[in-house]
Design a protein. Sequence first.
Length: 136
Amino acid sequence: MLQRIQTVYLIIVAVLMLGLYFWFPIFTDEAGNRILSRQDWSIFPPIFISASLAIISIISYKNRLRQFILNRINILINFILLGVFVYTSLVVSGETIVSEKGIGILIPVFSIVFLVLANKAIKRDEDLVKSVDRLR
């Protein structure tokens, strides 16, 4: 399980999403307070679902097709989360309220990249298994 590169990519995605929830700032005002709180309905469910799907995909390492489908769903959820962040950054008025946009805005982009890399590795494994089955 851990010797496969897609498992490492999926662990990185799960850690990034949990880190987004607990540590990385998204939007902060001049006083250092967060604009988007952890309990916000538009933030918490996509982050929780994305981390959960990454963990479920790690656990289902024997079924590569299920991993591939779960990663595709996870990519869509990360696009939705990225859309929420972009919408929030456009709606919140300029420097008067938001003084700093944190690295948390880029976390869904990094997650999407790692999910695409995991899907490529899963596809490579599936092609390898099909080629070995063909030789039998």
